[in-house]
Design a protein around this ligand. Structure first.
Ligand code: HGY
Ligand code: MN
Ligand code: MN
Length: 402
């Protein structure tokens, strides 16, 4: 690894890492994520970059070259937070590569004619408060301050309280942090094996699949596991189990993906029929109509099962991300800079998708992940491919900002 990338990676790697699993716990506004923020400020300061932040916790470290205008900047970056027990590359690779790309441009004596920014968006994973890309959605106005202020984590802690706990003076709501920005290019570890399968270190994104998260609240009747006849039960676990099994079948038939990855059971006792099962569905599809048809079909199936079980079902859409296309002049321009980089879609959401939806010219680069695994400790990228990503990003910014 070149000095700057290797050094930064080594500094960031231990923060929030679970020694037992090797995974990362850098949930939004926790001490580990706060330590990552301090690292970000330190990197910016050591390069003489000027850090700007909005009241949502989004930050941009700016390189204002002498004589360059204050607006019309080009921005790169990603996020520092992780899913629980996530991989080390999802998010941080884009930020470490951004600082390393600036180092490379400077070592080559490249002097940009427009500002270059390194962004760190708050709470991209939505793992604590439920809405994916919360920081960038607040920034662009896609989520308003009232809705965000009402969010609670699993312990009932509100977003504003969690920000205050982290010593952050929040001011939730749409911000001008990226006002006047000409383009945003996010580099991200690939969350799949497409680049590995074609033996390419770096790829260019074509689109983000539409996706969303729905919360299933299933209320039943708590009772004794040993004395309640099966015929007298209203067991929400059965409604959930049938829905989860049907989900897999229906997603497969639809050419989509759907997952129940999080579940809460009350009272969660081995010898009590649950009173309530709360489960979160993550569903994604190649296009909007397939996704909407899958969700409608799934909900109808769950309602029928709830009727049969005598349980009450309520489904709430918590986080909806429409399809994003990166087709356009910016991606075309990047393709000219990286002519051999394969083009690939992704089923993973990104802040780039939120900015694109808000009208900011946006593109994405992917770096090969040999395992293809993400949101898990086995997520990986080789040193060589990471540096190929830095070279690609530096090349893109030398083209865009000079
Ligand atoms: O869930 C996603 O697709 C992203 O990693 N936040
Ligand atoms: Mn990510
Ligand atoms: Mn992620």
């Amino acid at each position: 690894m070149n000095a700057s990338f290797a050094t930064m990676w080594a500094e960031l790697a231990p923060i929030g890492r679970d020694a037992r699993t090797g995974g990362y716990r850098r949930l939004a506004w926790t001490p580990a994520e706060r330590e990552c923020r301090s690292w970000f400020y330190g990197q910016a300061q050591s390069r003489g970059l000027i850090v700007d932040a909005d009241g949502n916790g989004n930050e941009v470290a700016w390189w204002f070259p002498d004589g360059a205008p204050a607006i019309g900047g080009v921005v790169t970056g990603s996020h520092l937070d992780s899913v629980p027990d996530g991989g080390g590359y999802d998010g941080p690779l884009g930020i470490v590569s951004a600082f390393a790309a600036i180092d490379q441009l400077r070592s080559r004596g490249v002097l940009p004619t427009r500002p270059i920014g390194v962004a760190a968006f708050a709470d991209e994973e939505g793992s604590r408060f439920g809405i994916a890309c919360l920081g960038s959605r607040l920034l662009t106005g896609a989520v308003d301050a009232d809705r965000a202020a009402a969010l609670r984590d699993g312990d009932g802690r509100s977003l504003p309280d969690a920000m205050r706990d982290a010593g952050f003076d929040h001011q939730l709501g749409e911000s001008q942090l990226l006002g006047g920005v000409a383009a945003f290019v996010e580099l991200h570890v690939e969350q799949g094996r497409a680049l590995a399968d074609v033996d390419a270190a770096v790829g260019i994104a074509t689109e983000i699949w539409p996706h969303g998260r729905w919360r299933f609240d299933i209320d039943g009747e708590a009772n004794h596991a040993g004395t309640t006849p099966l015929s007298d039960r209203h067991d929400p676990m059965l409604t959930y189990a049938e829905t989860a099994l049907a989900t897999r079948k229906k997603a497969l038939l639809a050419g989509a993906v759907a997952t129940f990855g999080r579940i809460e059971v009350l009272p969660n006792a081995a010898n009590a029929i649950p009173s309530c099962v709360r489960a979160w569905l993550d569903a994604r599809a190649p296009d909007e109509s397939t996704l909407h048809a899958l969700i409608a079909d799934l909900l109808a199936h769950a309602v029928r099962r709830a009727d049969r079980d005598g349980t009450a079902l309520q489904v709430t859409a918590e986080s909806i991300s429409p399809a994003v296309s990166f087709a356009g002049p910016l991606t075309d321009r990047i393709r000219r800079v990286l002519p051999v980089a394969p083009l690939l879609p992704t089923g993973a959401g990104h802040d780039a998708g939120i900015l694109a939806a808000a009208g900011i010219p946006t593109a994405m680069l992917f770096v090969r992940n040999p395992t293809g695994i993400s949101h898990a400790p086995a997520e990986a990228a080789t040193e060589t491919d990471c540096l190929a990503g830095v070279d690609a990003l530096a090349g893109v910014f030398a083209d865009l900002a000079v």
